[in-house]
Every structure is written in structure tokens, then in C-alpha cells.
Design a protein around this ligand. Sequence first.
Ligand SMILES: [Zn+2]
Ligand SMILES: [Zn+2]
Length: 737
Amino acid sequence: MKKNTAPTETATARYLPGEEIAVLLPLPLAGTYDYRVAEEMTLTAGDFINVPLGARKAIGVVWGKGEGGVPESKLKDVLGRLDCPPLPEVSRDFVDWTARYTLSAPGAVLKMVMSVPEALTPPKPVIAYTLNPKPEPFKPTKARERVLAVLNDGPPRPAAELAREAGTGSGVVKGLVDAGALSPVNLPARAAGPEPDWRLPGPDLSADQDKAARPLQAATKKGGFSVTLLDGVPGSGKTEVYFQAVAEALKQGGQVLVLLPEIALGAQWLQRFQDRFGAAPGQWHSDLTAAQRRHTWRAVAEGQTKVVVGARSALFLPFADLRQIIVDEEHDTSFKQEDGVIYNARDMAVVRAQLGAIPIVLASATPSLETVLNAESGRYQMQHLADRHAGAALPEVDTIDMRAEQTPSQCWVSPSLRDGLAATFANGEQAMLFLNRRGYAPLTLCRTCGHRMQCPNCSAWLVEHRRGGRLQCHHCGFGAPPPKQCPECEKEDTFAACGPGVERLAEEIADLFPKARTVIAASDTLAGPKAAADLVRRIEDHDVDLIIGTQVVAKGYHFPLLTLVGAVDADLGLAGGDLRAAERTHQLLYQVAGRAGRAGRAGRVLLQTFMPDHPVMKALKEGNRDGFLKAEAESRRQAMMPPFGRLAAVIVSGPDEAAVDATARSLGRTAPTGDDITVLGPAPAPMALLRGKHRRRLLLKTAKSTNLQGVLREWLARVQPPRKVRIQADVDPYSFL
Ligand SMILES: [Zn+2]
Ligand SMILES: [Zn+2]
């Protein structure tokens, strides 16, 4: 074996016995390894194969022709080919591209593709039994007769099922098989469900929707790479518009990928898809069983599953014939993966579309600044949906100046917001209070000595979850019951909760409106799609008057009776030195506001703020999204920040603080220099301790035209970190923690 560092050719070729091939393994190694095609074996590029790796056996992918240079005696034979469709060339190109862009090992990206190794072998058929038409004579018993009776009026069944239905043991069934009364038949491992049908008539589109849908459909029909921003206010019917492109791709016989954030909460989206296409799409997210993942991965590779809706990792599924990609809520930061291979699925989806020469649609009511500027410069097409569908008016947005309100201490609902809620309930309508903080209180403080309860593993306060009776870290998952004594001054019963979380807000509401039926919607109270679907049903059935929610309720939902939305702390996202703090706060509040008044009833939005003159609050109040984006773009242009310049973060982490510091300093000393290159740091990260690891950050900033990856690669090659210290590059960072 020899390690190759240069990328190898990707053309589909056949490799005959004795030929050398390059094999990529799903491991964080620098390149491919050479192997020899064994006797009586023919391989093609993309084949999944078993190879020896040291004393072990590993599954890899034929990446191309061998690099050569390995002595004949050292070269090992491929052990065998797996019975699975080869990984298509475009998928292999995508692995290489993603690895180069994110400075990751290609094998680490391949590991994301091969996320379900069990799916690489075909599912075993299920053995079922049917009546033997010409049975040998056998001894009848009561139990045996019951088994025969079950089969007399039913399809073949597996032994266990047969025994259960006949109310007997599996020994009886086996006895009948041995006696020749039953014969085995193979059933497919899993019956394929119905696939989405593009022939079904869609809903009647408004003139606006139709106008936006036609170019999307045309792009899909024509094929070739194109990016279209589908920009429409909440409630304007974007989903129905891009469903037209989905229908067109299905008509062409191709596959479609729809990327959505927080898929677990997409119950309403799935229902709309089902209504439109008569069948459910394939799903890909963290809340699937191992069997579901295996089935879907294989069905996508074989081209059986036509539409997949999923979270970001669905992008790395081995599509046999992908013809269309949709990224809904394209601005959403959950598309950024922050662990392992650090990538932005929205950006990589555009690359995937380009490599596959297919169209991609980016949909949002609050598109990211990057995407808007790409559309304005003509790199992307743009389709606008200006009006809400079905005549619903946009909600009226008002700010509540908290400096002027007489809000009692330890309370967070101002008199103005309280009046708004009272009027809404009196009208028999629903309201939503938005507070992007889980739990009861974000900080627990000792009243005697001022000690703050902090996570032992992170630079973060512990959040009290009173319903669960625990203090929890939202970064590492650490949790413990609140101690009786202060760990610092040892005084008992001295803790005070500081600030509100959704649980505490619910307590305040219970005092203000004892009759209001309230529900808390946060990621920890809504575990999984079923809980989310139940909540949606309760709200739709008007079993709920008030929803108190975090960002999990900010988007996608449509509740006809919901007419008032109150943002309890509209300023929350503006703190901190995040490049996109203002943009994100605007997006989030705009999305939340969009929940109000969607079905002919006038909606109202109240933003509680201590900064009513902040550009974000003014833009929301005046409904001037484009003006806000313009001002935001101008300030980024002046600072040469993305998308006008390029950024990469370098994070040094490890358990030993001195070693982390030393590595960070040597990165600082060897930092690249140049006219358009700036390096900031090293500095302790805002989360200087995370999951028990000390962290230091450096930030590389370059001009847009600079080859950022090249600069970064050379720089990182100059520093060899000691064992247990990790250097991680984050190209186009979204998190500055
Ligand atoms: Zn104390
Ligand atoms: Zn922690």
C-alpha cells in the first residue's frame, strides 16, 4: 500500500485483474491507497469494494487508476465487490470538491456519503410459507390445522407471523415444513411504497405564483446548471411554486432533493407534499430508525426513491439521477455543520447542482445577504412573490419601548403586550409569545455571595430547567439537580433565578391569564416529529390559546386563528460581536412576525425592545426589508467583510491549556502576510472552554479574489500540533463562539 496525495482521475473506466487502482477509504486520511484488482474480477470507478487494511478489512470506493510506485510484493489484492450500484462520478467529484473547499480529508467527506454501511449489501429476502399444492401425507393436529386454515385464506407469511396468527408456537410451523405440507417462497425485504405522482393536478396557483413557477419549470425541463432565488413573504405560497419544479423533474424521470432546516418539525410540509403528489417523499434526518436509513439510502442509490426531503446531510446521499435541488429557508444557519467536516449545505448544494449540471432553487422570505447580492449581480435568477396568497394582509408591526413601560420587576410582559394578549383572547383568537431561550432561567445566582452556577466543562452558565428539576448546560449536555447549598459560600437555599426562559414566561402568563390554555414549544419539549405533529393538531383544533415558543416555531407553520405575535426580548440576538447578528435577528423576527394573521384575519406583531431606534427594529416596523439589506450590505462592504471579503476561522483546541496556547501562538507567528491578508488573534474563543477542551481562535481575512484555501493550506502546513491538540479550519464561518 502507498499513500497518494494527488487527486486521481474520475472517468468511468474498467479495471481488469492485475491492474492497479486507487481506492478511497472513508477515513480521515490524506488521499487514496493503491490496490490490485484480483483474479476473475472486473471493477469500475465508483464500485464499493472490500480491501485489506493492516490486519483489518475495510470498505472503500474505486476512485480511479492507481498512482503506481508500490512494489509488486507490497501491493494487496481487492477482496471483493459489494452488491451495490457504484457511486456515480458526480458524487465522487462532489466528495473531492467538498474536501478541497473545506480543507478536509476526502475520506472524511466520503464517510458522510457512506453513512449507512449496512445499505451497501442488498437486504436479505424474507422467507415466507405457503401451502404445498401436493403435500405428502402428514399427521394432522388441532394446532397444525389452525396454521393451514390461516394460509387457506391469506397470502404467504413468515413463520413467526404464521405461528402468531394461528395461536401456536413456531415449532408447529417448522413441523409442517419438515413434513412437506408447506413450501417456502421469497418475499422482498421491504415492499416499495407508492412514489410521488406528478400527474396529479396541483392546486390552482395565483397569477403571481404561476408567473414565478413557469421559469422554474422551464429551467428544470431544459436541464443544465442555474440558480434561482425564490423570494416571497411568509404566506405567499412559495412551496406550491417550487412543487411545480419538483413535478417537472419527476416528469423527466429524475430525482429531486429538497433540503429543509429542522425537518423534525416539518409535519405541515409533509402533509402539503402528500396532498400535492399523493405519496410521501423519502425522508432523511436524525430521527429515523436504522432500518429506515438503510432502506432510504439504498433506494436513493438504486433510483427507486424519487424525492428526498431532508436535513443538510441528505446532500451527500448517492443519488442515481438527481435532476433538481430545492433549498427551502436558504438563509437558515442550521444548514451550517459545525462538527467534523465543517460545511454550509446551502453553499455546497449550489456546488452539487453545478457539478451535476442541474437547476437549484433557493427559497426564503428573508434571503441571506450573500444570496440577494448574487441575484442582484445577475449570477442568480430571481423570482418574487410579493403578496400573501389568498388575500391575507401582512401583519402590522409595532415596537414597544421597554424604557417607557412600567413593567413590574421580575416580570417580562409589558402592560402594552398584556393588553394586546387580553384583546386577542377576548376575540377568541390565538397568540404566540416568542422568546428564544429554553428552560426557566438562563442564570442561577447565589444571593449571598454572588456565585454563578457554571458548567464544569464549558465557559457557559447552567440553565435552570425547573420542570425537569435540573441545571443544564446547553453546549455539552451536562446536567445536575440544583444543589441545596451554594458551592462557594455553603449557605443553603440561597439561589435566585435571573432572567426569563420560556418556562418562567409561562408562569407569568398563568398569573396574568389564569384561564388561557398555554403550551410551550421548544426543542426540548417537542422531541421528534410526532410530538410536533400533535402540537400542530392541538393548535389547529383551537385547544390552545397561547403558544410560548423558541425559534422552533419561527417558521413554516400556518395557524389560521393566530393573530398576535409578541417578541418578548426582541434585542436578544443583537448582543455579541457576531458578523451576522443584525441580519440574523432581522430574519428571525421577520419570520416570527410572519406567523401572525395568515388567513384573512388581520395580524399584529409587538416587539418588546430597549432599542426601538436600532436599524433592525426600524426596518421591521416600517416593513422595509430591502432597505435594511442595503444598509447592511453597505456596512459589510466598508469593512470588507463577507460577501465582499473572505473569512476563515482557525480553532485550536485540546484538553491541555498550555499546549493549546503554544500551538495558537506558533500559528500566530507563522501567519500569512500580504496586501489583502489580515490575521486576527490568537485570542481565547468566547467559549474558551467547551466540552472540557480549551479553545483559541484565529481569524483569516482576505480579499474576495484571494485564493483563501491556498493561503490557509500553506499556513496550516507550517505548524505541526502536538498530540491531543487539534487545529480545525472553518471556511466561511457562521459561528464566532
Ligand atoms: Zn454563595
Ligand atoms: Zn457544558
